[in-house]
Design a protein around this ligand. Structure first.
Ligand code: KG4
Ligand code: ZN
Length: 337
């Protein structure tokens, strides 16, 4: 069974071909134009998707050495994300579905991130905990089966990826902030500055990152220009460390509460190498088994969407042409196929 996956929920236009669960191609075009604005501009994102989507799908087909005629179904992200951006991918998929007379499957973007791990570790046993860390979400889910999710932790304000992006902006670094902070943090001391690990009053399992960003802003503003320049690596390293330790602190709380020792860490922030290094010592100390997807499946991509679509198609789940884009779709929203 050959699936074409399409992803256009934010600022990556992506297409992938998956054959019986195996990824044959995975093409991602990141919209670099947003760098000059320091964040994603929704209208520009939609226009960029519109101009790129045909080329990206052609590339994915070519890389997989297949043609439109070989495709059995199309999997496409229908939420969560930016409305205009989602509409480009969803409507393209609907058009192809009519033209090729094949089914299409609407995929929840967050569920796509969960499936990113499934590509490399299809044998991963249930139940497991999933730490979902993206630009818009920071959540810990207990996963019993695909579609059977219990939420344990959520952010009450910014997401971890957003904290990286906002922190980078304070430090005058590029967008997206995660890779920019990670890059300069390599040469910094992670214990040079003490940022308080955020806690949420009366809600010990949740995350909060907005105060941390403000603490960084104050610290940075109190320095003169030469101090800022001399300490930018240390600031980045200390800030990054605080975000990662906060993620692990809550994760361990949920591990202790549920007694589930298998953990999957997915989403854009999972691409962070320091995150992966710290996870190794956490694994040993707490007798955990932590799984990260390969780098290319952490940030937004269509391989994860094609894989999720394939699993749904195996169960006979396909979508109707009336499926609407849903910008605020949650992981445990009922399937709107
Ligand atoms: O999953 P993703 O590509 O898109 C969303 O669904 O939001 O995540 C994007 C987020 C951005 O906030 C970006 O700064 C962050 O993931 N990110 C990283 C790294 N690469 C991407 N954060 C920390 N370290 C990284 N290497
Ligand atoms: Zn994403």
């Amino acid at each position: 069974m050959l699936i074409l996956g399409i992803e256009s929920s934010c600022d990556e236009t992506a297409a992938s071909i998956c054959k019986d669960g195996l990824i044959l191609s995975n093409v991602v075009k990141s919209q670099e134009i947003h760098q000059e604005y320091g964040g994603v501009v929704p209208e520009i994102a939609s226009r960029e998707h519109e101009s790129q989507i045909g080329t990206i799908i052609d590339k994915a087909l070519k890389k997989a050495s297949v043609s439109f005629r070989d495709i059995d179904a199309i999997a496409v992200t229908y939420g969560a994300g930016l409305m205009g951006a989602l509409l480009v991918g969803l409507n393209y998929a609907k058009g192809l579905s009519i033209a090729l007379n094949i089914p299409f499957i609407g995929v929840n973007h967050l569920e796509g991130h969960l499936y990113a791990n499934f590509i490399s570790y299809p044998e991963m046993e249930f139940p497991y905990l999933c730490l979902l860390v993206t630009g818009g979400h920071t959540q810990i889910w207990e996963v019993h089966l695909p579609g059977d999710y219990i939420l344990h932790s959520n952010t009450v304000d910014d997401a971890a990826g957003e904290a990286f992006d906002k922190g980078a902006r304070i430090l005058g670094l590029d967008y997206p902030g995660g890779p920019a902070i990670e890059k300069i943090a390599v040469d910094g001391e992670c214990n040079k500055y003490q940022f308080t690990i955020p806690v949420v009053k009366n809600d010990p399992f949740n995350f909060s990152f907005s105060g941390l960003k403000t603490a960084l802003l104050y610290k940075y503003k109190m320095m003169n220009a030469s101090e800022q320049k001399a300490n930018i690596h240390n600031l980045a390293a200390s800030y990054q460390e605080t975000i990662l330790i906060s993620l692990f602190t809550q994760l361990i709380r949920v591990v202790n509460k549920t007694d589930i020792k298998r953990v999957s860490i997915v989403g854009g922030v999972a691409a962070n190498k320091r995150f992966r290094t710290l996870a190794q010592s956490l694994e040993l100390k707490n007798k955990l088994k932590i799984f990260f997807p390969p780098m290319e499946y952490c940030t937004d991509n269509a391989a994860m969407i094609a894989t999720a679509g394939y699993e749904k198609l195996k169960k006979g789940l396909t979508s109707s042409l009336t499926l609407k884009a849903n910008p605020s779709l949650a992981l445990n929203d009922s399937v709107e196929l």
